[in-house]
Design a protein around this ligand. Structure first.
Ligand code: PLP
Length: 368
């Protein structure tokens, strides 16, 4: 039987294995496991690739979001706007810093923040907004930036799923004040463990971010502010240097797989293929369809029986999670609530071939 995976890291690695082995071996030879030269070189290369002034490596994307909020000087009680249809990390760090997550619904087609609702939730405590470029497509940044500027808010882009996507020709992560990405292994640019990075084009913010990520010190053993310990390891940076060279090609392959899905599945009347937002490219961290007529869960089981994995990103919106209860009620964010019942992410990675895609699509179409 045909072997299909949600994410095929093993086949991807085969093609770059020699280079990766060599990169790791070089780090072992130097034993500079923390702050080795690959960290500086990788972040420089990523700055260039992403057209960012500054890229600061951190231990993971969640830390990156936390450090971004600390660097902006957000204080307990400050309100931060965040979509309810997202991965939990975004809201988690807001709550951990004793800031207040203020939830907002998303658009039913792009899954990104519904900017028409921003005015309703603005208060005099609102300090920042975190657009999540979900599944690989950039949010409506012109409207978000305009709203932020008018109301003196910071904009932190969550680029964990969208590295390389472009909004009106500008790379994601450069469009707000700070951008944060993740190198979790299954992300579009993934390392072999945890890792993350923070982008900014503001020199002063970059200094602050570096200081906070490094125990609040600019000079060793002199601590100006309370910081954290969050670093991108040298081994991970060395691996990421190899993978960064492939990233344009990886994105192209995801887009080709998406094109195949689009063409094949757009004729199925109970499936809605992912909508494109004309101002942004889509790098397809996920290819997420909406399954109509209450068929989603049965479809998922049917696919599984035929050897096709699929995932529900995400089954429960943030406001209905136990950890975040009390901030809102069921029914408050109807679009996200409905999406949680309808979305299904299909296999999406760099190694999908035509055979696999044909099999997935014909199986989908054979479901009644
Ligand atoms: C993966 C992810 C994160 C967190 O990244 P980690 O590196 O796993 O901490 C944050 N936000 C979104 C939207 C993500 O998908």
């Amino acid at each position: 039987m045909i072997n299909i995976q949600m994410v095929d890291l093993s086949s991807q690695l085969k093609n770059i294995r020699k280079e990766v082995d060599q990169a790791i071996a070089n780090v072992l030879d130097t034993t500079a496991f923390i702050k080795g030269k690959d960290v500086q070189e990788f972040t420089n290369e990523l700055s260039q690739w992403n057209n960012s002034q500054h890229t600061i490596g951190v231990a993971n994307g969640t830390d990156g979001l936390q450090i971004a909020m600390m660097a902006l000087g957000l204080k307990p009680g400050d309100e931060v706007i965040v979509p309810v249809f997202t991965y939990v990390a975004t809201a988690e760090v807001i709550a951990l810093l004793q800031l207040k997550p203020v939830f907002i619904d998303v658009e039913p087609d792009t899954f990104n923040i519904d900017v028409s609702q921003l005015d309703q939730i603005l208060t005099n405590r609102t300090k920042a907004i975190v657009p999540v470029h979900l599944f690989g497509q950039v949010s409506n940044m012109d409207s978000i930036n305009e709203f932020a500027e008018k109301n003196n808010l910071y904009v932190i882009e969550d680029v964990a799923q969208a590295i390389g996507s472009e909004y009106k020709g500008k790379k994601a992560g450069n469009i707000g004040h700070i951008g944060v990405t993740s190198f979790f292994p299954s992300k579009n640019l993934g390392c072999f463990g945890d890792g993350g990075a923070i982008f900014t084009n503001n020199d002063e913010l970059a200094e602050n971010i570096k200081m906070i990520a490094n125990h609040g010190q600019k000079v060793k053993y002199y601590h100006d502010v309370i910081g954290v310990n969050s670093r991108l390891d040298t081994v991970q940076a060395a691996i990421l240097r190899v993978k960064l060279k492939e990233l344009d090609s990886y994105i192209g392959r995801r887009q080709n797989a998406a094109k195949f899905y689009d063409q094949s599945l757009s004729v199925v009347d109970w499936i809605e293929t992912p909508a494109r937002f004309e101002d942004s490219t889509h790098v397809f961290h996920q290819y997420t369809i909406k399954v109509k007529n209450g068929k989603r869960d049965n479809l998922k089981e049917y696919l599984q029986d035929k050897g096709i994995p699929s995932m529900i990103y995400y089954p429960v919106p943030l406001h209905l999670q136990k950890a975040y209860s009390g901030l809102a009620e069921k029914g408050d964010f109807p679009v996200s609530e409905q999406l949680c019942d309808e979305v299904l992410s299909l296999p999406m990675h760099t190694e999908l071939d035509k055979n696999q895609l044909e099999y997935i699509c014909s199986t989908l179409k054979s479901f009644e």
